[in-house]
Design a protein around this ligand. Structure first.
Ligand code: 3PY
Length: 265
């Protein structure tokens, strides 16, 4: 809801978040307090195991900020364990086919209820049982099950050549809310040095294609960014949601700047 409010605001505003690769409720809480719309907990490449994921998600949500978790892979049990923490949404890396996107959506949605609360919505196979997710939302189990299908945000990463070639069809999958570009992996999959993606025209063209696919399907578009100028430029290009760097990037930048100053003493 936090993200939807920002994305649908008039005038249009970017949805901006931070990205955590380190565990710890204190880090998550302090990051969430900084004024972001969402904080992403990276369980694909981050040093964040199950218990730490629970602690981070709870700490972020308690600040009125959306906790989104990047799962390691599109597996049913990973989606279940992630949404069971009370995460508001998932980001799934390496999404390359329509079949995988449909399966992901089904893992993330409960079977639809026969009444009007969710009957019209995408139905899935998510298991009922976590007491933690309702607690994070301040609800009882019944209310959580009746509202989660509507409120669970599903973002898929387009970051392979196969995903790029299927992005128009992936964007159309019911229940997929956002295409999110991982520019480093996309460049890598195209055979380029990942960090050089800003200067590679073919990668920039691919990024435009994914943005166009999301918009044509009426879905949100997101992109991994590492600096404010990138967030601004991608927002102006039409993207809705960006992260402003990550905890480890901030750590690296600050230390490099300050250590650099010491060398001049
Ligand atoms: C990428 O840039 O490829 C990402 O997925 C960000 O971690």
């Amino acid at each position: 809801k936090v993200m939807a409010d920002a994305a649908q605001s008039n005038p249009r505003k970017p949805v901006v978040g931070s990205w955590l690769m380190l565990p710890g409720a204190s880090l998550a809480r302090m990051t969430a307090q900084m004024g972001y719309d969402f904080v992403l907990v990276d369980c694909e490449h981050g040093d964040i195991a199950d218990a730490a994921m629970h602690a981070s998600v709870g700490a972020i949500a308690a600040q009125g900020v959306s906790p989104i978790v990047r799962i390691p892979a599109p597996e049913n049990w990973l989606v279940k364990r992630t949404l069971d923490t009370g995460a508001h949404g998932i980001l799934c890396p390496m999404m390359s086919t329509v079949e995988d996107a449909r399966a992901l959506v089904s893992y993330a949605k409960f079977p639809a209820l026969k009444d009007k609360r969710t009957a019209e919505m995408v139905s899935g196979v998510r298991g009922v049982g976590s007491p933690f997710a309702p607690a994070v939302f301040g609800m009882g189990m019944g209310e959580y099950v009746a509202t989660a299908n509507r409120n669970t945000f599903i973002a898929v990463q387009i970051e392979t050549v196969e995903g790029l070639n299927n992005c128009e069809e992936i964007a159309k999958v019911d229940g997929v809310d956002m295409l999110f570009i991982g520019p480093n992996d996309l460049a890598s999959s195209m055979g380029y040095p990942p960090l050089e993606h800003p200067n590679i025209p073919e990668v920039q063209e691919a990024i435009k294609r994914v943005l166009g696919a999301a918009k044509a399907a009426g879905k949100y578009a997101g992109m991994f960014c590492t600096a404010a100028e990138q967030v601004q430029a991608r927002f102006e290009q039409g993207f809705d949601l960006m992260n402003l760097g990550a905890d480890v990037i901030a750590l690296g930048v600050w230390n490099a700047v300050e250590l650099g100053k010491l060398k001049n003493i």
